[in-house]
Design a binder for this molecule. Structure first.
Ligand code: SME
Length: 154
């Protein structure tokens, strides 16, 4: 993805979130825009914190068996606990990985934060190994605060 594509995508996401009447619509729009715009995003979903678990919200891609993930488990749980983005180049080499699809090779998880509180996270899988780099991190770390705002507004 070029820098120009990425800034266009971020602009489109910003507009869609601003025009969304509620957080659920905002999350669905973000998932759709990301999935459609970036070919190496094979599975795009948003998990939300519910007590000490992450609960799967809107997603596009194959249905995941992991609709509820305890905070201590998976790459998703690790990102929420560490409150930091995690990129895994080879999911099969990471003992934390919870498999969603046998085609998945790499993953990025970006926490959605409100101050120091984790509200949820953006989780993206790719069928390509080492698919996620600095451009993906920067894009998604700009998208996460937009979702935080939508979720905090109700
Ligand atoms: N791979 C994630 C689980 C979610 S599925 O990828 C949709 C993890 O290890 O936490």
């Amino acid at each position: 993805m070029t820098d120009m594509d990425r800034s266009d995508l971020l602009t489109a996401i910003r507009s869609a979130v601003a025009a969304s009447p509620n957080a659920n619509t905002a999350m669905k729009q973000v998932v759709q825009l990301l999935k459609d715009a970036v070919p190496h995003y094979s599975w795009v979903g948003i998990y939300l914190i519910d007590g000490d678990e992450l609960v799967l919200g809107p997603f596009l891609g194959k249905p995941s068996p992991h609709t509820r993930i305890p905070l201590g488990r998976g790459i998703c749980g690790a990102a929420a606990t560490e409150k930091a983005t995690i990129i895994v180049d080879d999911v099969n080499a990471d003992p934390r990985y919870l498999a969603c699809s046998i085609e998945t090779k790499s993953e990025i998880v970006v926490p959605i934060m409100n101050g120091s509180e984790v509200l949820g996270e953006i989780d993206i899988d790719s069928d390509q190994p080492a698919a996620f780099g600095q451009a993906d991190r920067e894009l998604l770390e700009h998208v996460a605060p937009l979702l935080a705002e939508a979720l905090s507004d109700g």
